[in-house]
Design a protein around this ligand. Structure first.
Ligand SMILES: [Fe+2]
Ligand SMILES: [Fe+2]
Length: 143
């Protein structure tokens, strides 16, 4: 399993979003590691639950910024968030039904890990370009 490491190429240039992405990557890495190591069920459930919660919080935060600033790409961006939430819910369901199997670990790695990095690189970056172009200030304090 390849862990995602934060580096500057993932920075969208908006501190409030970068901070959340760093936490999100940590949540993802812990969950993927727990599944990979076939940790006890309770621990895997805990890490997956954290990941689900954090993902939802993060997506809502981004969507709030987009709504507040009349971002024209909101609907498209939200669609991508909704797709990922569904993929994540499917992975959690697979875990509940089958436990920490090899296909689940691979699924975490490919679907989720690749998605996460690609989403930041391609989709979140578009929003941050918009923020910069419009000279919008996003407040730093977020949960
Ligand atoms: Fe994001
Ligand atoms: Fe996003």
């Amino acid at each position: 399993m390849s862990k995602i490491e934060w580096d500057d190429s993932l920075s969208v240039g908006v501190a409030a979003i970068d901070d959340q992405h760093k936490n999100w990557i940590e949540c993802f890495n812990s969950a993927a590691e727990a599944v990979e190591a076939k940790h006890e069920t309770a621990q895997v459930i805990k890490t997956l639950a954290f990941l689900v919660d954090y993902t939802e919080d993060h997506f809502s935060t981004e969507e709030k910024y987009m709504t507040e600033n009349d971002y024209p790409g909101l609907a498209e961006h939200k669609e991508k968030h909704d797709e990922l939430k569904k993929t994540l819910a499917d992975l959690v369901r697979d875990f509940q039904e089958e436990g920490a199997t090899r296909p689940l670990a691979d699924g975490m790695d490919t679907f989720l890990g690749n998605w996460l990095a690609n989403h930041i690189h391609e989709v979140d970056m578009k929003f941050s370009s918009f923020v910069r172009e419009k000279g919008i200030t996003i407040p730093a304090a977020t949960p």
